[in-house]
Design a binder for this molecule. Structure first.
Ligand SMILES: [Zn+2]
Length: 168
């Protein structure tokens, strides 16, 4: 699945919650449920064409025709780096295009619609907002992206995000 033109879709095992969030932050479709069992994990990967990210050798040893990456580190930074290298992820997508909690693509919303849902100073200082259609969580790209960009640049290298200026 990693060879297709599209960016890969993932499924992360229960131990990789932080990695799942980091991948979603990059806009990558990443299935994660903390209570999923090994069999369900593999079957979902097979059915939906997702690459499995796992810390578990037994999961990685599957005979099913799925792509598996055995994650070596306990640290999210190294996990993200390993994943990005293995799947040649160029983080050129729009950051925060996907809800970190639901893995659903967020939608742009009018500023006035989010008044009740964001801190006062954020409302005063930000112009662009997006919202998860599933959980209603509101994202304000300017602040979130700036922070995330810094972190990703540290993890993946300073040049990683040169093309990622999604501000159009
Ligand atoms: Zn959501």
């Amino acid at each position: 699945m990693a060879e297709t033109d599209d960016r890969p879709a993932f499924i992360a095992d229960a131990m990789l919650g932080r990695l799942a969030r980091a991948l979603r932050m990059l806009g990558l479709d990443t299935f994660y449920r903390p209570d999923i069992d090994d069999n369900e994990l593999k079957m979902t990967a097979l059915r939906e064409g997702r690459a499995i990210l796992t810390r578990d050798h037994e999961v990685a040893d599957t005979n099913l025709p799925v792509t598996v990456l055995l994650i070596e580190s306990d640290h999210v930074e190294e996990q993200l780096l390993q994943t990005a290298r293995a799947f040649r992820i160029a983080p050129g997508g729009r950051l925060f295009s996907r809800c970190l909690i639901c893995n659903v693509e967020v939608e742009d919303v009018e500023k006035c619609e989010v008044r009740e849902r964001v801190p006062e100073y954020v409302y005063e200082t930000q112009e662009r907002f997006s919202r998860c259609p599933s959980c209603g969580r509101v994202y304000w790209p300017a602040t979130h992206v700036e922070r995330a960009r810094k972190w990703i640049a540290e993890v993946l290298g300073a040049n990683a995000l040169e093309d990622a200026d999604g501000n159009s």
